[in-house]
Unconditional design. Structure first.
Lengths: 314, 250
């Protein structure tokens, strides 16, 4: 119990002070924002993957839709960055909510396949609908606007934007944490552990899978909205199944049974992507792939799985 | 009025007739056993009653309602809760957490994302009360997959009790247990029956155990009811003797 408080305190302290220490170890704030964006999406996915036991391979759909929602909202409707984030979150969450009934009855590989299929539908729509989404060139022409806080106007430069992302990351992570310690979260975990037992305790498993899917979609939408603002750009690539796979890799690499696992996975993934791709621009993915294979074979519970195992042994 | 009534129940899998025209009636507060050799259709019968799959024909009545088309999860809410022949628990969770899932479902709060403190206290108290009832209090914090087989089965029974069943269905509660574990489970079943007037329908393989505790027994063989009655009547039935001891004894 108390160890958890220390771990959480340390994580939040490191995230809050990133602007102070990150440049000292050769990082930069835009990289940190990217890590948080992907960590948030992977944590949302992990609610489904690690805590409800549903193999979703289409989370990029809601991540990308969140991005398009935000981008289109800023292009056509508003100059409020915060409202655009809210809009993107709603678009991503609503899509997951509406498609939930299609996926909730499927299990295992069938669940994975149908989530991929739905994701690909959105990918092709975004790629073909030139007039609305910008087609395969992506949607540009919007940019994050300064924040009006009443007493001051804050331009969202790299540092300010990092804290802007951290604010929403904290909301998303907080919601997930509360959920996991509630009856609803207990029920998700029960479904992961044993569907049949859950069903014969009177739990309507499918409805809960739907709920978990929708909540994961909301979180992915929020992360996608922040991603669009990070790049001032959104393209169909963010909806593509490879992006879904990246989120799964982050969750598995970091440890899908751990709350912070996806954050650790995102740090490793985005870090390798950034560092290795400056030396090997065309095959940085080989490194990720290799690491992923090693992790799945030797540390099936991810990096945090090893940490926990060693602490238990000690 | 009977608590459970099966009328003319049959179940066919392809060409296999697993159950044929089975009749069964059980009053409230009884301890009722279904016995029969391997493949007699005992578990199929449980699967029909609990809603695992539907009957091919016939009617299932529970507590005054025809429940043929009621989904499994809803039958639990009506008061029909089962355990499985091969233990079904939440293996990576603690004993406490296992039972809490059922208590939360019973309190109809499984959908609550942020419960109040009073509700949490109420739930935890109920979990502890249940663990005391079945003698698992000392093991509350242990991970279920690390428990002995017999204790895991007791966890499953405790989870079933968490839904306050009107009828508790136990599928071979002592399967795979040693002598001591079996004695513990038998004591638990008898206690629930005697002290709490819990209605229990159970499947059992072990004849001695059944004859020792059941009020009434139904014997199944090849998917048909061979005999129904008190342990004494059933033991004396020549058809039952034949089925269990072989044709030569008949």
């Amino acid at each position: 119990m108390s160890r958890r408080i220390y771990v959480n305190g340390a994580v939040w302290l490191l995230l809050l002070t990133a602007a102070l220490w990150l440049p000292l170890i050769g990082g930069y704030m835009a990289l940190a924002s990217r890590v948080l964006v992907y960590a948030l999406a992977a944590m949302g996915l992990n609610l489904l993957l690690g805590f409800t036991g549903c193999m979703s391979f289409g989370e990029a759909a809601y991540f990308g839709l969140g991005g398009y929602g935000t981008g289109l909202f800023l292009t056509h409707l508003t100059h409020s960055t915060v409202l655009a984030v809210v809009a993107g979150t709603i678009v991503g969450g609503l899509a997951a909510f509406l498609f939930g009934p299609l996926v909730m009855r499927r299990r295992g590989i069938y669940f994975a396949m149908i989530t991929v299929a739905i994701g690909q539908i959105f990918y092709f729509i975004a790629e073909r609908w030139n007039s609305f989404t910008g087609g395969e060139d992506g949607l540009a022409g919007f940019s994050r606007q300064p924040l009006h806080l009443g007493f001051a106007t804050v331009p969202l430069d790299a540092v300010a934007f990092y804290y802007f992302v951290l604010f929403f990351f904290a909301i998303g992570a907080g919601v997930i944490a509360l959920l996991l310690h509630s009856p609803l979260g207990h029920t998700f975990i029960a479904i992961r552990e044993n569907r049949r037992r859950a069903q014969f305790l009177g739990i309507h498993v499918e409805r809960y899978v739907w709920a978990s899917f929708a909540i994961a979609g909301v979180i992915a939408g929020l992360a996608g909205a922040l991603n669009a603002l990070q790049n001032n750009f959104i393209s169909p690539i963010n909806l593509y199944w490879v992006e879904s796979g990246n989120l799964v890799i982050m969750a598995v690499l970091g440890g899908m049974r751990s709350f912070w696992g996806p954050l650790v996975g995102a740090i490793i993934f985005v870090g390798i992507q950034d560092y290795v791709s400056s030396y090997f621009p065309n095959n940085w993915e080989t490194f990720i792939g290799g690491l992923f294979i090693v992790a799945v074979i030797f540390f099936p519970n991810g990096i945090l799985g090893i940490v926990r195992w060693r602490m238990k042994a000690a | 009025m009977s608590l459970l009534r099966l009328t003319n129940i049959s179940r066919v899998f392809g060409k296999l007739v697993a159950l044929q025209n089975v009749e069964l009636e059980m009053e409230e507060g009884r301890l009722y056993a279904v016995i029969g050799p391997n493949g007699a259709g005992k578990t199929t019968l449980f699967n029909l009653i609990s809603g695992f799959f539907p009957a091919t024909s016939g009617e299932i009545w529970f507590d005054g309602r025809q429940i043929n088309r009621v989904p499994a999860a809803d039958r639990v809410a009506l008061g029909l809760v089962r355990t499985f022949q091969i233990t079904e628990v939440f293996p990576e969770l603690s004993v406490f957490e296992n039972v809490r899932i059922g208590v939360e479902a019973e309190a109809r709060c499984s959908t609550r994302p942020w419960p109040g403190g009073a509700l949490i206290r109420q739930i935890n108290e109920r979990v502890e009360e249940l663990l005391e009832t079945t003698g698992l209090g000392a093991q509350a914090g242990r991970i279920v997959s690390e428990l002995a087989h017999g204790d895991q089965r007791v966890v499953e029974v405790t989870m079933a009790l968490s839904r306050r069943p009107k009828l508790l269905l136990l599928d071979e509660p002592t399967a795979g247990m040693g002598q001591e574990e079996t004695a513990h489970m038998v004591r638990l079943i008898r206690d629930l029956h005697v002290r709490q007037q819990q209605s229990i329908l159970f499947i059992e393989h072990d004849m001695d155990l059944v004859f020792g505790i059941a009020d009434r027994i139904t014997v199944l063989n090849y998917g048909k009811v061979l005999a129904t009655g008190t342990p004494r009547d059933v033991a004396a039935d020549p058809l039952v003797q034949a089925a269990y001891l072989g044709e030569a004894a008949a």
